[in-house]
Design a protein around this ligand. Structure first.
Ligand SMILES: [Zn+2]
Length: 270
């Protein structure tokens, strides 16, 4: 099925697709939570990737990971990425671009499936992880050699595009390198008929981080993460775009489920 190639953005659809979940405590996921003096509580954490369809192309933001193979933090598998794509009727060979928000295990786990896609990553993320890989220094890190190998394969095949600044990587899809959680997180902004969407992924995991600019517990640079949260809010203020946090289960309450079988796993953001 081909979407019509319209340049006004009306043909753009953006879905978040859930592949896993776990329950976390606020005090575990927000940096120095005690400083805020508010009660602790549970948060439902979703693990997602995103599907953008525009001008007849299929573009993914992230690719999930194989939870049954290794549940890093006690994640529970819901629908593995290959099964999720099958439900959505997407053949990995037809995906033309994969934007990697960053190289943590839960975001690039199935990258090797997308053999025809251009891989878009931040140069800073590539530099950080590939130098660690080459130095055999990944012990205790949030990524493995298996996770990073498809990045090198894409590079060897001329399919890797590294960005160093705000870049429109596809008409209506702009990425912004934004550090903090890791050296080269990419924020992705998508123009749709209903307005802009800012897909923060791990630059803001939960709504609290946007509402209060609360940093996440895992960071490579805390000040950079705080500046990143301010930047997200500023970008939303100046463009009117809606912010969608990357791991917050409440997103599914704010947007409708997809129609039919896809509705088990997919939420329609636009
Ligand atoms: Zn994540």
């Amino acid at each position: 099925m081909k979407a019509s190639a319209e340049s006004n953005g009306s043909a753009v659809s953006v879905w978040s697709v859930k592949y896993g979940e776990r329950v976390v405590h606020k005090s575990d996921v927000f940096h120095d939570y005690a400083q805020y003096g508010v009660p602790d509580g549970d948060l439902e954490m979703d693990y997602n990737f995103w599907v953008i369809r525009s001008q007849g192309k299929i573009i993914l933001l992230d690719t999930g990971y194989d939870i049954p193979k290794r549940d890093w933090l006690g994640e529970i598998s819901v629908t593995p990425t290959p099964d999720g794509l099958d439900i959505l009727g997407i053949d990995p060979a037809d995906v033309s671009m994969v934007i990697t928000s960053h190289y943590h295990y839960d975001h690039i786990g199935y990258l090797a499936l997308f053999t025809n896609a251009q891989i878009v990553s931040a140069q800073a993320e590539y530099d950080y992880w590939i130098s660690k890989l080459r130095a055999d220094d990944l012990e205790g890190e949030f990524s493995t050699e298996d996770d990073l190998q498809p990045v090198l394969e894409a590079e060897a095949q001329g399919r890797l595009r590294l960005v160093t600044e705000k870049t429109e990587v596809f008409p209506g899809i702009t990425v912004y390198p934004i550090g903090g959680h890791c050296p080269g997180e990419l924020l992705t902004k998508v123009e749709t008929a209903g307005g802009g969407l800012i897909l923060t992924v791990d630059a803001a995991h939960f709504y609290e981080q946007i509402e209060h600019e609360w940093p996440f517990f895992a960071f490579t640079d805390l000040d950079e993460m705080k500046r990143g949260l301010s930047f997200i809010n500023e970008l939303s203020r100046t463009t009117g775009a809606t912010i969608v946090p990357g791991h917050d289960a409440r997103v599914r309450g704010r947007f409708p489920a997809a129609a039919g079988a896809a509705g088990q796993i997919a939420t329609v953001l636009a």
